[in-house]
Design a protein around this ligand. Structure first.
Ligand code: GLY
Length: 384
């Protein structure tokens, strides 16, 4: 007889709640690409127009990704059908082209690449390789970074901009190298990861959001506060992308420095976590207003769990497993909604500190929370 770990015991009833909520919410929203909810708690469709705010919106892959997680758990065909419908709908992004940017990994890895991994679907493999090729095409060889966005807003010159979030898009490139046997994708990913290690991570383990390089010479110009509190601050979701992204780069390459970078950023986050275990929008923000970002918490929980798995020593493994579980449990107890009053589970997400709106659901918070819970249950459904 096998004994369940304390994490498996914790995860088991949470998974029952996830199954119940998603059985209802997936059916209700099967024709949408959800990002956030409207005033009545129902998901809105984020796919109006082809641009980077519509069909090419960077989070649109997480709906299909969530469906594939549930499909693997339940083996119910309905989830597969919804995931594949979302993937096919997103195909038009390739024809439009202009809406696509460095977020190609977030968009096509949990959808097309996952479809191919689970079903062998050849059209999905092609989509995955196409997306990876577009992502690699954003590489600036002089500055050795992947350009983040194109016209982020009218008049902005973002030719030299790289952002920490991109660390979680790199697995698409590692996958493409493995799949195509062409080392260039991995080379691009590692050159970008090396640049990110050098320029984004501060000595104390906090992380910058945006770095601006000279697009012609590659020289470092300046950093920007981006979605965080301000210049020099520690935007929590950026820290989370770094922890998870460097861990994944380590897993694909075996380069120890990447794991050490992930650990250093994780330690910064854990040292700055408030007493209630909930993650603020920015670790350096003033006490008031106390904006939270549950999405950062969910990404951190899944990323720190992955880091724990990648560490060799039993004691440090357990330290980070505990830390990841505490983050997930704090979210579960204080910021989840299992009712039918809201289509999303995870509440109180914040897209950016200085935005007008705060504390609303974001579909990828649900994705990463569910991913973390499955990991804690000992299930390996990793799409990255
Ligand atoms: N990758 C964009 C964000 O985290 O808001």
């Amino acid at each position: 007889m096998t004994t369940m770990t304390m994490y498996e015991q914790w995860a088991s009833p949470v998974i029952r709640q996830i199954r119940e909520k998603l059985a209802w919410s997936s059916e209700k929203n099967k024709d949408k690409l959800p990002y956030t909810t409207g005033p009545d708690g129902s998901y809105l469709d984020r796919a109006a127009g082809n641009d980077c705010n519509g069909l090419s919106w960077w989070t649109n892959g997480f709906w299909g990704g969530t469906m594939w997680l549930l499909y693997q758990d339940t083996q119910q065909e309905g989830y597969k059908e919804i995931a594949q419908a979302a993937e096919q709908r997103m195909d038009a992004c390739f024809n439009f082209f202009y809406g696509l940017n460095h977020d190609a990994g977030f968009m096509f890895q949990p959808t097309a690449v996952e479809d191919y991994r689970l079903t062998g679907n050849e059209a999905s493999r092609r989509r995955g390789l196409y997306a990876a090729t577009l992502l690699a095409g954003r590489f600036n060889p002089v500055g050795k970074f992947i350009r983040a966005w194109d016209g982020a807003w009218p008049g902005a010159d973002t030719r030299g901009w790289a952002i920490i979030d991109c660390m979680c898009n790199l697995p698409l490139l590692y996958w493409a190298s493995r799949e195509s046997n062409d080392p260039r994708y991995k080379q691009v990913a590692m050159l970008h990861a090396d640049t990110a290690m050098q320029h984004f991570i501060r000595a104390d383990g906090s992380v910058r959001h945006i770095i601006e390089f000279d697009p012609e010479t590659g020289a470092y110009l300046r950093s920007h506060g981006g979605q965080g509190y301000g210049h020099g601050s520690a935007w929590a979701r950026g820290q989370a992308w770094a922890v998870y992204g460097f861990t994944l780069s380590y897993l694909y390459t075996g380069k120890e420095e990447y794991r050490a970078a992930a650990q250093k950023v994780a330690d910064y986050c854990l040292a700055h976590l408030p007493q209630n275990g909930l993650v603020p929008c920015d670790f350096t923000q003033p006490a008031q207003p106390a904006w939270e970002d549950s999405c950062a918490a969910a990404i951190l929980a899944s990323g720190i769990w992955e880091l724990a798995e990648a560490l060799p020593g039993a004691a440090e493994k357990e330290h980070y497993h505990q830390a990841a579980w505490r983050l997930a449990d704090a979210l579960y107890r204080q910021r989840t909604d299992w009712s039918r009053g809201c289509d999303a589970i995870v509440q109180n997400c914040t897209a950016a500190y200085h935005d007008k709106n705060h504390h609303f659901p974001m579909n990828y918070a649900d994705y990463y929370f569910i991913e973390a819970v499955y990991k804690m249950a000992g299930k390996n459904y990793m799409p990255w």
